[in-house]
Design a protein around this ligand. Structure first.
Ligand code: 3H9
Length: 701
């Protein structure tokens, strides 16, 4: 423990350093070490003030999240912070890297704070389904006022040191060496006889909210929609409200009650699962982090359609110059105009400075000349979803791209190996399945072909990190992880409407479950035509003895491709995105049911939920069994970031575990009896259900 926190003196300033790599999390050893070193510092007659700082890349990134599955061990972080604040010596926090959660609470317990300009500060607890539980909700409102505190705590977003300085959360910005700057600042504070400023005793910033308690209800209303389904944001509001209505010590007790309530909630457990799953996904057992990645200085994208344009924007956003190659001047101009329009919309909302917009636009260079790919370190093909077209593109890339270039295909369903065979360098071919809009959606599925080299994977992974994506490695199969699972989800949604549900009912049930939108609204947004084209390509291979709903095909035959054509599963008023039920669609559904001899009935909400979600779990189990996904958590990450699965439920595989796989497997077996082979339980699911295990137990000792 002594190694985790150390005490030393520089002149008259005592320095307490936390050294608990990688992020100086405040685990039990650090809390104990801090108490010990505080005692030493406070008893050190030679020290006039104490500086608290972190070794390595960061100050403290918060409580040790790994401890949250167990009973909290003493000493309590609140006691450590109380010792700092009430201590006889002036305490100064010196921040760098990220001062987050419990780390920021330690800093707020200090009498002053200084930081390197590059520091980021924040309370990300809400993203873990929690609230700051060591005084953060009580001290921050006293420092910056309750309204600002609500915004900071409920968003969970980080803020730069400069912004925090402007708000008075940080007293001094430091350039150069942090330790030297902090010692000099502490010496100055002592020399000037500055008081030990205890935030817990500050009260005046709370006054306006006491006179206008309505701010809390207004804030609740404001977040009702964006925070729909989540518990923690509303608990954060209650905690900040307690800072205004209760004396500090009582507020602190109320905060702890609310924190423990969140900590015990299934939502927090699910969100913490998501946090670790995202990090775990980046670990590929046979491609260790040290695997050399090729540097990417320039990129090219083939195709300036919706996907190509979005992909080019992600490169430009990360400062990577990118050529966009198109076949005709019209298509190129249309694509580039959309890119400009998208950037302008962001700039209009004040989220992108005009100069930055111009800088990014300048990085995107449109061309009709294929030789522009010659200097690219990665080429991403984003053309029509048709094998022959893709192979032609890859054969051409093979001739033109530099020998070391990674050749990536943005296919959502096609066989990456077959595409790779069109080249003489299949080892450098990889699938990069971006989600639409590619510049917004955080998920990237990297698809490993049979011959994709480790270096190619490492290069694509490093690029994914650089362009800010959450990435998951998938094996090569029809639909990869996400779309392969989605097929069963959409299939059942369509069967359910044939059996008597309406698209509105199905969408409402999944929306209420927490999805960003239901399956029909989602298809209308994404466009029905891509799926139609894919289905046509596979029509010959379809089993004739298997139920098939023709409704989506018939919608497309009528030119109903979704929102973009004013109608799909719903109809849309011009310029509006609100889906309206459409009698024409209802008639098509009824006709299809009649043709298939389906007796229509009232379908219950519970059946809708099970019929749509269990296929995700069942197919997910097969994907795991076949090794297409490395772990259940990877599948969860795909669904959280690519398909709007509610984060507070942890993803489909985690969610199934919370229900108990036995019950899930029994339900699937029951539907198997009723609906036949499409519902056959996956053998992995059966096995785990029998053994009383969950997907996440796989691979654990
Ligand atoms: C809290 O503070 C509650 C209090 O209010 C009240 C208490 C009573 N604990 O993300 P990275 C690991 S709640 C344990 O890849 P980056 C992470 O798993 C906490 N481990 O690096 C990874 O491990 P591995 C509030 C943690 O540079 C490694 O560190 N704080 C923690 O991209 C590197 O992480 C938060 O929510 C932790 N707190 O980003 C902050 N944090 O190498 C959560 C990280 O084995 N953390 N690890 O995979 C973050 O947001 C990012 O990790 C951070 C670094 C920005 C710090």
């Amino acid at each position: 423990m002594a190694d985790l926190v150390s005490y030393e003196r520089q002149g008259a300033i005592g320095i307490i350093t936390v050294d608990n790599p990688p992020v100086n999390a405040l685990g039990v050893g650090v809390r104990q070490g801090l108490l010990d070193c505080l005692r030493r510092g406070q008893e050190d007659a030679g020290a006039t003030a104490l500086v608290i700082m972190g070794a390595g890349r960061t100050f403290m990134a918060g409580a040790d999240i790994r401890e949250f599955g167990r009973p909290l061990e003493p000493p309590d972080l609140n006691d450590v912070i109380a010792r700092i604040e009430a201590g006889p010596k002036l305490a100064l926090a010196a921040l760098h890297g990220t001062a987050l959660g419990g780390g920021l609470e330690v800093a707020l317990g200090c009498h002053y704070r200084c930081a390197l300009r590059s520091t980021q500060v924040g309370f990300p607890e809400v993203k873990l389904g929690l609230l700051p539980g060591a005084g953060g909700t009580q001290r921050l409102p006293r420092l910056v006022g309750p309204e600002m505190a609500l915004r900071i705590i409920v968003s969970g977003d980080m803020m730069s040191a400069e912004q925090a300085h402007a708000l008075g959360r940080i007293d001094e910005l430091i350039d150069g060496d942090l330790r030297a700057g902090a010692v000099a600042f502490a010496e100055r504070l002592v020399a000037e006889g500055r008081p030990r400023r205890k935030i817990s005793e500050v009260d005046e910033r709370l006054e306006p909210a006491r006179r206008d308690p309505g701010i809390f209800d207004r804030f609740r209303k404001e977040i009702e929609r964006p925070a729909r389904g989540y518990l923690a944001p509303f608990k954060c509001i209650e905690a900040v409200q307690a800072a205004v209505t209760l004396p500090f010590a009582e507020g602190l007790r109320r905060e702890r009650e609310l924190f423990l309530e969140c900590l015990a909630s299934p939502q927090s457990k699910a969100q913490i699962h998501a946090f670790f799953a995202e990090r775990e996904a980046a670990r590929i057992p046979d491609v260790p982090r040290e695997t050399p990645a090729r540097p990417i200085a320039a990129a090219a994208v083939i195709g300036a359609g919706t996907m190509g344009g979005g992909i080019a924007m992600t490169f430009a956003n990360a400062g990577i110059p990118v050529h966009v190659v198109e076949a005709t001047p019209e298509a190129l101009e249309r694509g580039l105009a959309t890119v400009r329009k998208n950037y302008a919309a962001t700039a209009d909302k004040g989220r992108l400075a005009p100069a930055e917009m111009e800088r990014r636009l300048a990085l995107i260079r449109g061309t009709l000349a294929w030789d522009a790919v010659a200097d690219a370190d990665i080429v991403v093909e984003a053309v029509f979803e048709e094998m022959a077209v893709k192979q032609e593109v890859f054969a051409r890339l093979d001739r033109l791209a530099k020998p070391t270039a990674v050749l990536a295909t943005n296919t959502s369903t096609l066989d990456v190996d077959e595409i790779a065979r069109a080249t003489g360098r299949p080892g450098q071919v990889i699938g990069t399945h971006f989600f639409s809009p590619a510049n917004v959606m955080r998920l990237l599925e990297l698809v490993r072909g049979a011959r994709t080299t480790k270096e190619t994977i490492a290069t694509a992974a490093e690029l994914a990190r650089r362009i800010g994506k959450v990435w998951v490695l998938s094996g090569n199969c029809d639909g990869f992880i996400g779309n392969r699972m989605l097929a069963g989800y959409l299939r059942e949604a369509e069967f359910l409407v044939e059996e008597g549900a309406t698209p509105e009912q199905v969408d409402r049930v999944l929306y209420d479950f927490g999805f960003a939108m239901g399956p029909f609204a989602m298809q209308d947004l994404a466009g029905l035509d891509v799926g139609w084209r894919i289905r046509k390509g596979k029509a010959a291979a379809r089993r004739q003895d298997q139920r098939y709903s023709p409704v989506a095909d018939r919608l497309c035959e009528r030119g109903r491709f979704g929102q973009k054509t004013g109608g799909g599963w719903y109809r849309y008023e011009p310029g509006r995105r609100a889906p309206r039920p459409d009698p024409e669609v209802a008639a098509l559904i009824a006709e299809s049911a009649r043709e298939q001899g389906i007796r229509r009935r009232a379908v219950g909400d519970e059946e809708i939920l099970g019929r749509c979600l269990y296929p995700l779990v069942n197919e997910g189990a097969r994907i795991l069994e076949e090794g297409i996904a490395l772990r259940a958590g990877d599948i969860d990450v795909v669904y959280l970031h690519g398909y709007g699965f509610p984060r507070y439920r942890g993803g489909p595989m985690y969610w199934a575990g919370t229900l108990g796989l036995k019950g899930v497997c029994d339900e699937i077996a029951r539907y198997h009896q009723i609906h036949g082979r499409l519902w056959e339980p996956a053998s992995l699911l059966r096995r785990l259900a029998e053994q009383g295990q969950s997907f996440h137990d796989l691979g654990r000792a």
